[in-house]
Ligand binder design. Structure first.
Ligand code: ARG
Ligand code: ZN
Length: 870
């Protein structure tokens, strides 16, 4: 059934407190819940609690047992008639569950022998009967009883208030969380876990105990997570005035987890991928991921927990805002421009296609079948861009005012995005009426640019026109902040007079009309426009710049985001024109001007090496595919590889020199630094692209000498493209070395899944029967299946349709065990309209077959149905 935002109704009853007693067992787990409930609606005659897959043992209301004629129990609800005279009452319910059989990893489940929970969005109803909706906020206490040997650590939200041993060999622990919260923030963990501790003193001088719980043996891999946590706590105090509000903050790392992590109050549960790291086992990218996810979950304590969502249509209220906050944090901790580019790359890679395809939705969806399908790049990443635009329109100070008002006004409440925007208006005095359209209109706006320069009047005019191909005639113009400058022939910003008469070299234009012209005075010579600096709005730019102009921007733009983007646009133009000529079979070489702009980057030793690395990297096959009306997967792959090779050969000695210089360069604390590694490994990629044996030998040498996983993985990726004994030996060696380390073995699966070797699909199919492969572990599924379908376009889209069949088989199997993970895998098939007729047919056939799977889950149904028919 479809659920609509417009049908939202306040709850008839509220649950003020809930005391849970959870008796953990190997066969069965018993959950006893005692609630105090208050009537909110005087007309309501029935209390309908959510509950799924629960064995109901008993119900008592106000202490009296209800017999089975005084309630009705369905697959999804427990309906209990309540006399209208009853204003307040207690309800005590006992249920039984089997966490050990829960492969969907939602509710209470087991991971590596430990109990853990995932309740967002609607998992709590699989633990006990409850009003499982975010606008019902309750004070929780949780008592956990379990075998003392198997579960020496037993955790829940809040503070531990009691702990004792029972006579029967079980231990008893009671937790109380003083902050009222919705059930989706409930958590329980029990197991034989090691704990790493630290402390943080808040700005007001309170001591907070920080604990990270991990499987034994992983204690030495928590440093980076702990450091990131302390940095996040400090940053939120300094940037937003937000202090932590409990005496203890706990993080638990588990190896079976559907998503990245979860912000349960005081007890965050994490996918171990975002906690565990040592230089030997984790790459620099893993380190960045940990820092940002730790920050993200911590920041949720205020944006998500203290102030939560009224209903799930408001998901972006907490997610968009919290992603924005974690992005700002990471930018502050690292190279801001490089991180901004990474954020935009992810937005363009995942959100743009989503928004152009059948699963397009506004950041605030109007309806859904399964809410788990709406934890999307649109709600998260575009949602963060929407907050960033508010930040840009208001400016840092007024944005902070707005946030202060938001926190003051809504602390302890479950609110809507409307209330957030209102606080921003009140904090700034700026009208955001038109801006609100970003919340309700889907699709990526396209901005068309026309320029004019009049030397006589010394006026430059800029005309911007908005379109939205997804909504066509049905869209209303957005309020778009356009951060811009005018550049002179050296790339320097030109001063101009703004409409208020003030002199400026840069400005945020407010584009609010469908078509709007901005005039700049006192411009002595024809400028080059620098538009959407720092990617100031999530739009596509249609600007007729020729390759010479792009090359100019690529070498001279002062905004590093735009500089990088000009390089990507230049590369795309050149590669796509080769793709278009590919089928006629003419010899293709890269234009001189393009090669000289690459030389510029190579020669510019002032550049941050991490920036140089991404500036030189060619747009991915997926990036190029997005720019074609009908995707030609094979030609894209061939052309891009040829370009890598030609650039590699042309600058062979430069790349080799960079490689050698950076290989041994030690900077920080006599250690090589991540940005140098990145540039070095980019050089290595161009070298192996020449296909010369020497460079594969160099990659092999790097593998054997590697003291860190970044270098080992770079070698593996390069060798993964090759054939022969060296490759096979190193892959075998890597496996043996890391066999006991699931996060590293995931990487081993991924490199093979992404290889373009002719045997890739066969390799991947064989890997399904590898002893280390299991469909029950989401990280493993992502490392092999998701990595293949989204990271290996040539083989996934193989004309035989075998790639699609491979995906279908996985979806069919996962539909029965883990529908959330199965549903996410449907996405690539939803892009069928972008391919040729033969592939379209193959892909839509698979979607039809998916809809025919017996016992099809809601999750998969919604994705396949929309993919086929929207
Ligand atoms: N709130 C979590 C986060 O953003 C994600 C939880 C997603 N859970 C789900 N079932 N879709 O960090
Ligand atoms: Zn989040």
């Amino acid at each position: 059934a479809t659920i609509y935002l417009k049908d939202y109704k306040q709850p008839d009853f509220s649950i003020h407190s809930i005391d849970l007693v959870v008796e953990l067992g190997e066969e069965v787990t018993t959950v006893s819940s005692s609630m105090t409930i208050k009537r909110m609606n005087h007309q309501a005659s029935t209390l309908s609690l959510n509950g799924e897959n629960l064995e109901l043992i008993s119900i008592r209301r106000n202490g009296l047992v209800l017999n089975d004629t005084s309630y009705e129990c369905t697959d999804e609800y427990l309906h209990i008639p309540i006399p209208k005279s009853e204003e307040e009452f207690t309800l005590a319910i006992v249920t039984r569950i089997k966490p050990q059989e829960n492969t969907a990893l939602e509710g209470l489940y087991k991971s590596s022998g430990n109990f853990c929970t995932q309740c967002e969005a609607e998992g709590f109803r699989k633990i006990t009967y409850f009003l499982d909706r975010p606008d019902v906020m309750s004070v929780f206490s949780t008592t956990i009883i379990g075998d003392a040997d198997l579960y020496p650590v037993m955790l829940s939200n809040g503070n531990k208030v009691e702990e004792k041993q029972l006579d029967d060999g079980r231990s008893y622990v009671k937790w109380e969380d003083p902050h009222p919260k919705p059930a989706y923030l409930f958590a329980l963990v029990a197991g034989d876990l090691a704990c790493v501790e630290d402390h943080f003193t808040t700005a007001s001088g309170r001591d907070v105990l920080l604990q990270i719980f991990v499987e034994k043996g992983n204690e030495d891999r928590c440093n980076h997570a702990m450091t990131s946590l302390k940095k996040s706590m400090k940053w939120d105090e300094e940037e937003f005035g937000r202090e932590y509000d409990l005496d203890v903050f706990m993080i638990v790392a588990v190896s079976d987890f559907n998503m990245g992590a979860m912000e349960n109050k005081g007890l965050n549960v994490f996918n171990s991928k975002y906690v565990l790291a040592s230089p030997q086992s984790a790459t620099d990218t893993d380190y960045d991921g940990i820092e940002s996810v730790i920050a993200h979950e911590y920041f949720h304590n205020w944006t998500g927990n203290r102030i939560t969502c009224r209903d799930w249509f408001q998901l972006t209220l907490k997610e968009g805002l919290t992603v924005f906050r974690d992005q700002q944090f990471s930018a502050d901790m690292n190279s801001a421009a490089v991180f901004r580019i990474g954020d935009v790359q992810r937005l363009r890679a995942a959100q743009f296609p989503e928004d152009a395809g059948p699963l397009s939705h506004p950041i605030q969806p109007q309806s859904y079948v399964e809410i788990n399908n709406f934890y999307t790049a649109t709600v998260y990443e575009k949602g963060a861009e929407v907050i960033r635009m508010i930040h840009t329109i208001l400016g840092k100070e007024k944005f902070r005012n707005g946030m202060d008002i938001y926190f003051d006004r809504h602390d302890g409440q479950a609110v809507t995005t409307e209330e957030f925007v209102k606080a921003m208006e009140d904090g700034s005095g700026i009208d955001l009426t038109q801006f609100r359209r970003w919340y309700v209109q889907a699709g990526t706006p396209v901005i068309k640019v026309t320029e004019g320069y009049n030397p006589e009047s010394q006026q430059y005019s800029l005309t911007l026109e908005q379109e939205n191909p997804k909504l066509a005639e049905n869209f209303l113009p957005y309020h778009i902040p356009v951060d811009m400058s005018l550049l002179d022939g050296n790339g320097k910003a030109i001063g101009f007079t703004t409409d208020t008469g003030a002199k400026s070299t840069g400005k945020v234009l407010n584009l609010t009309q469908k078509k709007q012209t901005f005039v700049f005075n006192d411009i002595n010579s024809e400028p080059t426009i620098s538009l959407f600096r720092g990617f100031s709005a999530p739009v596509k730019l249609e600007q007729n710049l020729d390759n010479e102009q792009l090359a100019f921007l690529f070498s001279r733009e002062t905004d590093l985001f735009n500089r990088w983007d000009a390089g990507q646009r230049l590369s795309s133009n050149i590669l796509l024109s080769q793709v278009n000529r590919h089928d006629v079979g003419s010899l293709q070489i890269l234009p001189q001007m393009y090669l000289s702009s690459i030389r510029n980057i190579l020669n510019d030793r002032e550049l941050d090496p991490a920036f140089a690395a991404i500036a030189l990297s060619l747009p991915s096959e997926q990036d190029l595919a997005q720019k074609m009306p009908v995707v030609n997967v094979d030609a894209i792959h061939i052309v891009r590889n040829n370009a890598l090779k030609e650039i590699g050969l042309k600058f062979e000695s430069d790349f080799l020199q960079i490689y050698k210089d950076l290989r041994d360069l030690k900077v920080e604390g006599n250690q090589p630094i991540a940005s140098n590694r990145k540039f070095k490994n980019t050089a290595l990629r161009f070298l192996t692209a020449t296909a010369k044996e020497d460079y594969f030998a160099l990659a092999a040498e790097q593998y054997h000498a590697a003291e860190n996983m970044t270098d080992a993985m770079a070698s593996l990726f390069n060798l993964g493209e090759s054939e022969g004994q060296i490759r096979d030996e190193i892959f075998a060696d890597f496996y043996q070395k890391w066999e006991a380390d699931p996060l590293v073995i995931d990487k081993w699966f991924t490199v093979q899944a992404m290889s373009s070797r002719p045997t890739a699909l066969e390799d991947v199919t064989n890997l399904l029967s590898h002893p280390a492969f299991t469909m029950l572990n989401p990280n493993r599924v992502r490392s092999l299946i998701a990595a293949f379908v989204s990271g290996n376009p040539v083989h996934f889209h193989e004309k035989s349709g075998k790639g699609y069949q491979f995906l279908f088989n996985a979806i069919e199997q996962l539909n029965g065990t883990n529908p959330q993970i199965a549903a996410r895998l449907v996405t690539p098939l939803g892009q069928w309209r972008r391919y040729d007729a033969v592939r379209q047919k193959l892909m839509t056939d698979k979607l039809e077959e998916i809809l025919d799977i017996s016992d099809l889950s809601n999750d998969v149904y919604e994705m396949a149905n929309k993919s086929l028919h929207n």
